[in-house]
Structures are given as structure tokens and as C-alpha cells.
Design a protein. Sequence first.
Length: 372
Amino acid sequence: MSDSDFREGLLSINLKAIADNYLDLVGRLGTGTRCGAVVKADAYGLGMAHIVPALYAQGCRDFFVATQAEGQRLRSALGEDVNIVILTGVRPGAELECARAGLIPTLFTLEQLRRWVEIREQLQLEAPCALKVDSGMTRLGLSPEEFELLLKDRPLLEAADVQILLSHLACADEPLHPQNQIQLRQFREASDRLRELCPDILLSLANSSGIFLGEDYHFDIVRPGSALYGLNPVPGSENPMRPTVTLGLPIVQKRYVSQPRAVGYGATQEIPGNSWLAVARGGYADGIMRSQGGRGRGWAHGRPLPIIGRISMDSTTFDISGLNKEERDSINSIEILNEQLTVDEVAGYAGTIGYEVLTSLGHRYDRRYIKG
């Protein structure tokens, strides 16, 4: 299928760029640190089934998902030489299924640890787990009080076979935020105490932005996600990662507007007379956020094209008056994501973050995976 043939929008995902981003991150680590990959939410909406093999081919053996269902799909596609860590734990009653699938649940309450031990002892399974402590984000993780209780319950700790200690940074994308140093200090204190009882436990703190905070934050395993997919891990500075996605929308109508006219629902925006519009197939049902209406841009013939009026469920209208006649006649699609119009820039128009832009991309697009 050529770019001119697509009917539902063409989402191109560059697996080579994702692999290059992974290798770039590996190169920023010391020899004692492994680089994992966060592939939750279907690899941030880009297709776990395609992206995981590309990362595996570059040597990645630690994959992080959000749910047990994601982990089971991944395990069925990969061999036993990879670690698959479920970041949101295991729900009550699902421990046996999780253990038999060879998944590593991240546990963050004492009750979860006790249930995990019961399953291991009943079935005599070799089933390791990960442990998460709250170092200051106040989301998932053992509280300081629960962590103290766990350290006093050495039989429980040993029976659980904890192999990884995790925590998560709240402000890693703000290098000067004091919370980073606070969390680093608290994680070090917790890990030092735990290693007295579990000397072989692996430590993991840094996400994508955390990698760029420096070696102190790397420990044994880093967990990049967004940076793999081209989002900027150092906001405010030049993006060190390669862009990975291009999204083009097919034009379904071009029209000349001779007199000033309101455009779209609510008549929120007016286009002057003697203007040209292009209506493209793709709207908020496809992840083009309504908040971009009147603010966002498309791209064609090497220049930006303003989105005008509200975005509809299935269509988006662009002002193409800036194109000359030859360009207008030849244009059959408008890109809304590319190397010039990055995911982070689009997120700025939409008033959100790049994570939401990627994970919102709809399923009606034709998808093309680029390997070279």
C-alpha cells in the first residue's frame, strides 16, 4: 500500500528508531546497569507485538507491563530468558495464574506478600516477586511504617523470594526539583537496609527521565518507557531521542470559501473570504484531541497548516490557504505527527502530555511498521 492509497489514516511506526533509542539509553549506563523497557498499554499504543521483538533483538531482557493480562500475552510470545514484571501487582485470587505464567508481580502491601508466600508454599513453585516501596510519590508502594514491619518479619521476606526492589520518581523530568534528591535518599536508605537481609536483590528507580539525572539514579535496572517511543525525557532541552511515529490523514474534501464563514460545531472560529479548506478523515474518535481545535497544526509541503474550528468525531478541518495552486491540487493527505510536528509539540497544542497523545491513537488507522 502506498501512502497515497490509505483510506483510514496511515500511522507509521519506526521500529528502527525505537531500537536506536534503546541503544542510546544503554550507552548512557554503566556496565553494571541493565536497561529494561516499559511496554505497558500496548507499548504506549504503538503495538507491543511488533515493538517487543525489536527490543529483544537489541538485547533487552527485562520488560515491564501494567497488568497481568499484558504479561501473559507477552509471555506467550517470548521465551523463558526474559523477566516480565507486572507493575500494578497481582489481584487477589490470581496469584496462581500469575506464578504459573512465570510473571513477576510487583507487590506493595504486606497482605499481598503473605498471599504470594501461601501460593509458593502450597505449590512449591519457583515464583519470585518484586517489592515496591513508596519513596515519596505517595502512589503505589509500601509505606515507611509497613516497610519497618516487613524488615522485622524476616521469614516472610525470605519466603516471598523478592528479587527486585522498585520505587518511582515523581519529578524526574524536572532535574532541579528537590523531590528527586529526597526520593533518592529514601530509596538508598530502604535498599541498604533490605540488602542486609537480601544481599542479592536488584534495585530499580529510574524511569526515562530518571536516566538523565545521572549515574546515582541508575542502580541495577532502569525502566525507560516514553523515551523509547521518542518523547523528550529532558523537557526544556533538545530532545536526544529519535522520533518514532508519523501519522497522515487522508483528505476527503477540499473547498474554496469565497466569503467569511464560520467553521465547525459551535461556530467557534471564522475563516476569512478567499480561503481554502481541507477536511481530513480523522477526529477525536481517532485520538485527535478536541482541545487542539483552533490551536493545533497539520503539515504538508514543508509547512504547517492550522487546524480551524472544532475537531469532530471523524474529521478535522485545516486551513490550506497558504499553499499555492499546484500544492493544493496535489495534496491528498495531511500529517499531524512527523519529525517536524513532534508528539511533544502536539501535546502542547492539546494541553496535555505526549504519553496521552500516543496512548490515545485510535484503532481505525492503517498501521505500517518500518524495520529499516
